[in-house]
Design a protein around this ligand. Structure first.
Ligand code: ADP
Ligand code: MG
Ligand code: ZN
Length: 646
């Protein structure tokens, strides 16, 4: 790709140079125009004074002049017509002006071949050449002529990916196993009159393995795999996308059974007529063509069209009709077990030290996708290699987890003394409340800025309880408010660093009141859906309760927050000595781990899983200068709705 781009640039450059040379040569050899008569520099006076050596009648209106002593025709004069000029010549002859002048005529039918025909043709040809190459380049075609409309699909046979390479996601695998069976034994299904599914839409966030799954289906079924990305369809030239779709399906038909995979289908499959400034003709044509092609299959043809998107909600409903993408498979962000499996799959070819514990790693990587985990293991391998070690240790991996989640540690970022003090007390506040309330274990407290965050505290639930109780939620709110409470107690002022904590505490409180029925005065009433809902093409605010109830909700939320803030203040006041000791430790070490934290509370750390407890951490990054980021507890720890809990 890169070298061919360079080659094109060189070709274009050479052509431009040739054109310039032609133009320059033409300009340099172009004779100077003089007037016919009237002054001493005119044609007639030159002729009369015997300064002309030769004249050359070119075409109908031009006469070139070679002056005595010159060796080329450096002047020309425009005449009314060739015929009129020959009459003039007769006059000059009679006057004796032409005695020493050579008179030449061109062939009137061809004009001057070189200047009037060949030069323009060459110039036009070269210009066209440049234009053509540029177009061909922008259409992305390489090597072949005029293949804008040809598909850019990647055809792969013998895909090596198997279901065993996709970890976790057992349900998804089961659903896709059916598709594999369709592809392997289409006859079994058609004989009994079943309609083979045409399209399978994989829906899920980026990095969850949708592309991997599509490949695995092709690999398991051992059929050719035609893949193309939705954005490849969308080109500068109207009609190109549509003809690519046609071509793609034609190729597939020649290779049945097979899989067509359209990655990022939202690029073409967006709802028609949506978007600013009306529809996009090219995209709509492409989408229409896709719909036509999917309808055009024989019922018996064993082509399965798979597509992936992370936004099923914006796809054109026509895509979901029966006979099109009538199967939708949701590929979810992996759960704890899934993450553990993914860690195992991706460490298959990596030498690991014996201390690596996949279970702990899985617990620490809440919210990580398969792609994130792959990235973590890759980063950890790089860390080990950088230190010339042969094995990847738990420390490498946990460092990589931090790196992937929050960007590389920025030890060099300039932190002012005031910032450092605020951050140290703020994080200690979170940590102390987490420890004192006893629901969570605190794994790490740091004041090293990481990514956007000024510092952070990592606490994990001490047990695996699935349900959140009211008391636990209140404790979480207290923990979130602990940062600000510490600032108030020690610094007697509060900073903007707590804005994210406050936002999250309020979110929990709101859900307690409106969704989980945990407020005494409002009771067990669902008042949710006050959030933004995506209605087809637009976000809308939807309220399903009165203004009075809304005011009551706000009051309840305020009561919860205020009460918990007082709890946070009193816990921290009681434990001021521990807080000061923790801040001192943070000033010294910048980062302190679980055993050091426990020691501050006068506890022995007897956790056998020592690597896990001492070093592994999950930075719920916290920002101490304003904008939002996670801190203290992760969103995923809190079930949106207790019924979501499995
Ligand atoms: P998507 O298409 O959903 O954005 P990909 O299929 O491109 O995600 O996944 C990117 C990479 O992440 C894969 O190549 C694979 O290495 C890794 N990955 C994602 N999910 C899984 C999984 N469930 N098991 C193993 N690896 C996974
Ligand atoms: Mg993908
Ligand atoms: Zn905080």
């Amino acid at each position: 790709m890169k070298t061919s781009t360079r080659r094109t640039l060189i070709i274009v450059g050479v052509i431009v140079l040739v054109i310039l040379a032609f133009v320059l040569a033409y300009e340099l050899t172009r004779p100077t125009e003089i007037v016919f008569s009237g002054n001493e520099n005119s044609f007639e006076s030159m002729l009369a004074s015997g300064q002309v050596q030769a004249i050359y009648i070119e075409g109908n209106y031009t006469v070139k002049i070679k002056r005595t002593g010159d060796n080329s025709f450096k002047y020309f004069v425009n005449v009314d017509s060739r015929v009129a000029f020959s009459d003039k010549l007769d006059e000059y002859k009679a006057a004796g002006y032409l005695d020493n002048v050579v008179v030449q005529y061109d062939d009137p039918s061809s004009g001057s071949l070189l200047s009037s025909i060949i030069v323009p043709i060459v110039l036009y040809a070269l210009l066209f050449g440049v234009f053509y190459i540029i177009i061909r380049k922008s259409a992305g075609a390489q090597g072949q002529a005029m293949n804008f409309g040809k598909t850019k699909a990647n055809q792969v046979r013998d895909i090596k990916v198997r279901f065993s390479d996709v970890a976790g996601a057992e349900e998804e695998k089961q659903e896709l196993q059916e598709i594999v069976d369709f592809l392997k034994h289409p006859k079994k299904y058609t004989d009994i009159g079943a309609r083979i599914p045409r399209g399978v839409l994989l829906v899920g966030p980026p990095g969850t393995g949708k592309t991997l799954f599509a490949k695995a289906v092709a690999g398991e079924a051992n059929v050719p795999f035609f893949s193309i990305s939705g954005s490849d369809f969308v080109e500068m030239f109207v009609g190109v996308g549509a003809s690519r779709v046609r071509d793609l399906f034609e190729q597939a038909k020649k290779n049945m059974p097979c899989i067509i995979f359209i990655d990022e289908i939202d690029a073409v499959g967006r709802q028609r007529g949506a978007g600013l400034g009306g529809g996009n003709d090219e995209r709509e044509q492409t989408l229409n063509q896709l719909l036509v092609q999917m309808d055009g299959f024989e019922a018996s043809s064993s082509i399965i069209v798979m597509a992936a998107t992370n936004r099923a909600d914006i796809l054109d409903p026509a895509l979901m009709r029966p006979g099109r993408f009538d199967r939708q498979i949701y590929v979810n962000v992996p759960d704890v077990k899934g993450r553990e499996e993914i860690f195992k799959v991706h460490s298959r070819n990596k030498p690991l030290a014996s201390d690596v514990n996949f279970k702990s790693l899985a617990r620490l990587t809440v919210g990580f996708t398969g792609a994130d985990i792959e990235n973590v293991l890759n980063e950890s391998a790089i860390l080990a290699a950088r230190d010339n070690r042969k094995l990847i240790t738990m420390k490498d991996i946990s460092e990589a987890v931090n790196k992937v989640e929050a960007g590389p540690a920025k030890k060099s970022r300039l932190v002012t003394e005031t910032d450092k003090r605020i951050t140290a007390y703020h994080e200690s506040g979170h940590a102390i409340i987490a420890k004192k309330l006893g629901n969570n274990t605190v794994h790490e407290v740091t004041i090293i800025p990481r990514g956007q965050a000024g510092g952070f505290t990592i606490s994990l639930p001490a047990n695996d309880d699935a349900y959140m109780t009211k008391q636990k939620l209140l404790d979480r709110i207290t923990e979130l408010l602990g940062g600000r409470a510490a600032e108030e107690i020690v610094i007697h002022d509060i900073s903007t660093g707590a804005s994210n904590d406050i936002q999250r505490a309020s979110q929990i409180a709101r859900k307690m009141v409106t969704e989980w029925g945990m407020s005494d005065s409002i009771g067990n009433m669902y008042l949710g859906a006050s959030e933004e809902v995506f209605l087809g093409r637009d976000y809308q605010q939807q309220l399903n309760y009165s203004e009075e109830v809304a005011a009551k909700i706000d009051e309840e939320i305020k009561t919860i927050i205020d009460t918990q803030y007082q709890v946070a203040l009193s816990i921290l006041r009681e434990n001021r000595d521990i807080m000061d000791a923790m801040v001192k430790a943070l000033y010294e070490k910048e980062t302190i781990y679980e055993d050091e934290i426990d020691a501050l509370f006068g506890e022995e750390n007897d956790n056998a899983d020592s690597i896990f407890s001492s070093k592994v951490n999950r930075p719920d990054a916290h920002k101490s200068n304003g904008a939002s980021s996670l801190d203290g507890v992760s969103e995923t720890d809190i079930p949106k709705d207790p019924s979501d809990v499995e």
